[in-house]
Design a binder for this molecule. Structure first.
Ligand code: THU
Length: 303
């Protein structure tokens, strides 16, 4: 999912990283067959108030506003629209179906997180997913459509470790299919003009959060970074170091991690499950301990 961001003020990059993963997860869970794009503006209460007043004649600030580009027949959502119907919103610039615009108030994210007693990250993910569900044709005017929308929101949030269910034991574990889907979405963002070998990774953390990574090449070849290490470095720089599974996918051969990535994974998670899928769709998995036997790690330095 391509997000066109507009930030009216500096926003914690951890939040926008999480929102990107939530957006990827939303279109995957909905099963939209085409690449999608959305524009997301993060603003303050004053700005969202003005938009609410000017475009909806509602004279107050709110948490999120959604302006869908597609018209959905009753009972239909993006995943059940035909290719032809989705093509109505095709955007040549992003090379994707433009689902529409979202406006989210950063002031409301903070205030509602405080009021509900959960993290700012959880509230940001929830508001993005709620808005995206509207852009994909969901609504909550009638009881049965509200139930459908809530179920979809929970399903999406659950898969990125952000369910409203505070108790991690009450959460469904992230499925291998969902994790590989997030790895495939990350692969779309690979920067690999030299090798043309695109790789995507999705790293599942013990608390259910997921960090994505892609390979990033450089004209000075050795400076290129693998997808797996991008994901690990993103997670560690956001304060997360407990990993359970890494899903890796490529546009070519089965992407077993290279030696450097095995070593970096070994630093934090010597027994992490490594799940791979090649372009042919063939999957395989091994624990890292089988890929890096007798690995040298923190324990060898008494840590
Ligand atoms: N690559 C990865 O991203 N992960 C691996 O485990 C193996 C290789 C990338 C690095 C480079 O951009 C391209 O694949 C070709 O080596």
């Amino acid at each position: 999912m391509k997000i066109l961001w507009q930030m009216d003020q500096p926003v914690d990059p951890g939040l926008t990283t999480l929102m990107q993963t939530a957006a990827d997860c939303a279109v995957l869970t909905e099963g939209v067959a085409q690449p999608c794009a959305v524009s997301v503006r993060l603003c303050d209460d004053e700005a969202i108030h003005a938009i609410n007043r000017d475009y909806r004649q509602v004279d107050r600030a709110t948490d999120v506003l959604s302006f869908p580009l597609l018209a959905y027949p009753k009972g239909k959502t993006a995943g059940s629209l035909s290719r032809h119907a989705l093509a109505q919103a095709w955007d040549d610039e992003t090379n994707a179906v433009m689902l529409g615009d979202l406006v989210i108030s950063v002031d409301h994210i903070a205030a509602q997180a405080e009021a509900y007693g959960h993290s700012v990250a959880r509230e940001a993910a929830f508001l993005l997913v709620h808005g995206l569900c509207h852009l994909m044709g969901y609504d909550h005017m009638e009881e049965d459509e509200q139930r459908r929308m809530r179920t979809m929101e929970e399903k999406i949030l659950n898969q990125i470790g952000m369910s409203r269910e505070e108790n991690a034991e009450g959460m469904e574990p992230v499925s291998d299919e969902a994790l590989l889907g997030l790895a495939r979405a990350a692969m779309e963002r690979a920067y690999a003009p030299y090798s043309e070998f695109s790789v995507g990774a999705a790293l599942l953390c013990e608390d259910g959060r997921v960090f994505q990574g892609c390979n990033i090449e450089n004209a000075s070849y050795p400076l290129s970074n693998c997808a797996e290490r991008t994901a690990v470095f993103k997670a560690v720089s956001e304060g997360e170091k407990s990993f359970t599974t890494i899903a890796i996918t490529s546009n070519g051969s089965t992407p077993w991690p290279c030696g450097a990535c095995r070593q970096v994974l070994n630093e934090f998670a010597p027994s992490i499950r490594v799940l791979v899928e090649g372009a042919d769709g063939v999957r395989d998995e091994l624990p890292l301990s089988a890929l890096l036997p007798h690995g040298f790690g923190p324990k060898d330095l008494g840590k």
